[in-house]
Design a protein around this ligand. Structure first.
Ligand code: FES
Length: 205
């Protein structure tokens, strides 16, 4: 995860908005409570499970997470807006995560990021109008000896050069991996609560 200042204005949520968290998802959040001394401490796992289940954490979802945890909605917004990892609006089908940390930076990450922005015509935390790609940066993708690196969905691409970007983006299989996902946030009720969370992206490029 990385942190940076992003202008996210405080949203206004209609009083009569439909709930977005299912009871199963709420129960999934409650299942973290025994791990911590306070309910508030379950906020980060809650944000992860909601984003995994719904694709993003909308202002309405933040409000409902706050209800489950018994904390002010502003606390959820504060935490969520600290991390680029969390999205308050829908992401594209393929999320490009460019590393901006030191090793990648020294080996040309800035030029790669510029090439991605130029190719897609979007900035960070934005999505192409066709909903195909979103772009974000993070601190270190744990492949520092292979920089510059980027992720397309869950697939790591190493030694990326600006001239590789167009081909990488065009390749329909550039986001596929064959490894099992981490079970870090999984529990007995995870599958029921999160639905498609454990399914891989199947859309054609
Ligand atoms: S600095 Fe880029 S992967 Fe670590």
């Amino acid at each position: 995860m990385a942190w940076q200042a992003i202008d996210r204005r405080t949203p206004v949520i209609p009083e009569d908005a439909e709930p977005v968290l299912s009871e199963a998802l709420r129960e999934r959040i409650r299942s973290f409570f025994p791990r911590y001394e306070t309910k508030r401490a379950a906020l980060l796992p809650a944000l992860h499970v909601v984003q995994n289940a719904l694709g993003h954490v909308s202002p309405q979802a933040m409000k409902e997470i706050a209800e489950v945890l018994g904390i002010p909605p502003s606390s959820v917004l504060d935490t969520m807006s600290f991390y680029t990892h969390f999205w308050d609006h829908p992401k594209g089908r393929k999320v490009i995560v460019a590393c901006r940390s030191l090793s990648c930076n020294l080996t040309g990450a800035e030029a790669v990021l510029k090439a991605i922005k130029d190719e897609l015509g979007i900035g960070e935390h934005e999505t192409t109008p066709d909903g195909r790609y979103s772009l974000m940066t993070e601190e270190c993708l744990a492949a520092c000896d292979h920089g510059p690196c980027l992720l397309i969905n869950e697939k790591l691409h190493k030694h990326v050069k600006p001239e590789h970007v167009r081909k990488l983006l065009d390749d329909p299989a550039n986001d596929r991996i064959s490894m099992e996902r981490s079970d870090l946030f999984d529990g007995p009720s995870a599958s029921a609560a999160e639905g498609p969370r454990n399914q891989r992206t199947k859309e054609p490029g």
